[in-house]
Design a protein around this ligand. Sequence first.
Ligand SMILES: NC(=O)c1ccc[n+]([C@@H]2O[C@H](COP(=O)([O-])OP(=O)(O)OC[C@H]3O[C@@H](n4cnc5c(N)ncnc54)[C@H](OP(=O)(O)O)[C@@H]3O)[C@@H](O)[C@H]2O)c1
Length: 380
Amino acid sequence: MASESATGLQLRSLIKGGGELEISLQIVPTPEPADDEVVVRVEASPINPSDLGLLTGPADLSTAKASGSKQMPVITAKVPQTAMKAMAARLDQSLPVGNEGAGVVVKTGSSEAAKALMGRTVSMIGGAMYSQYRTVKASDCLALPAGTTAAEGASWFVNPLTALGMTETMRREGHKALVHTAAASNLGQMLNKICIKDGIALVNIVRKPEQAEILRKIGAKYVVDSSSPAFMDDLTNALAETGATIAFDAIGGGKLASQILTCMEVAINRDAKVYSRYGSSVHKQVYIYGSLDPGPLELTRAFGMIWGVGGWLLTPFLMKISAADRQRLRERVASELKTTFASHYTKVVSLAEVLDPSNLAVYARRATGEKFLIDPHKAG
Ligand SMILES: NC(=O)c1ccc[n+]([C@@H]2O[C@H](COP(=O)([O-])OP(=O)(O)OC[C@H]3O[C@@H](n4cnc5c(N)ncnc54)[C@H](OP(=O)(O)O)[C@@H]3O)[C@@H](O)[C@H]2O)c1
């Protein structure tokens, strides 16, 4: 008799050459585990902005239409013609979604490392987590401490390691304090807890007073609101006080990166004894690590000549650091999963409910405190 894990539901995202997004569910076979692999019954996987990049891509969700049945729903939406060129590499391929998740190991390969995980609740990375079962390498799993649920361990990789990667990058590149944007995000709250614990000054940039309130409640000292008329002055004062010369910007498009560099330069020059027409000699860096605003980045160069704007991505960062450092970061996440790295979800949904237009309208907004968790085995 075939085991229960032999097949399972999987969520797929497809962009057709004709300019249509289609999100659907399929029943797929679960690959047999190789020696160094395990089969995990996925019980929890978050919907993060990076997942939305694949799940809905650049589709115009105001055109979304639901069809199919209650058990096997389908969502379609139009992809604007202007975005189709950038989609060339994924056209007409039905792609599984979901970067990270957690669940229980129900079958293993023959290696000792794989067998040691049998029956354990593990967090894992490797894509296609919006599935009922996943076959993954044992080395891509993190066995969770006793008493930790799959829901508590689901967001163990993307946001925690990115937040830790920011403080690591700060130190490695010789900066002493940090700036972070969209700072009331799930990741931003983790970063505040890390910085408070590690004694790092952090300048948080938010866009609404209630977001400033969320951060102050968890102990943030420097919070500036980009919607305030005093924003540039407030930011400059916070930069002068902290000495922050590196920023991580999740927004990307618009003027914010430029404003940060400008305020850094003004803050640095406050103490300058002599004038230089080339600006200060202090390196100022903005790393763009998200695309919350997909529009063009506008730089008005009022910050001298010693600066950099670049992209920052977790996986290449992890590849660049040593195996020992990777292990150190993973162990910190495991030991602080219920405190520093705790994620909060507004709703737990089944795979079919991910395709409910009323849910799509909420989680696709990427709004503060509105993160969804998928339980692929939830009924409905
Ligand atoms: N590069 C990497 O390797 C990497 C890894 C992990 C995460 N990330 C990025 O980290 C960011 C945060 O992820 P998360 O899971 O923590 O997000 P989240 O909890 O879903 O929060 C998103 C935040 O962004 C704000 N926001 C949305 N659109 C915005 C815009 N156009 N301008 C300013 N603020 C905006 C929201 O505020 P409102 O309520 O005001 O909309 C909310 O506070 C995402 O951009 C994600 O892609 C990157």
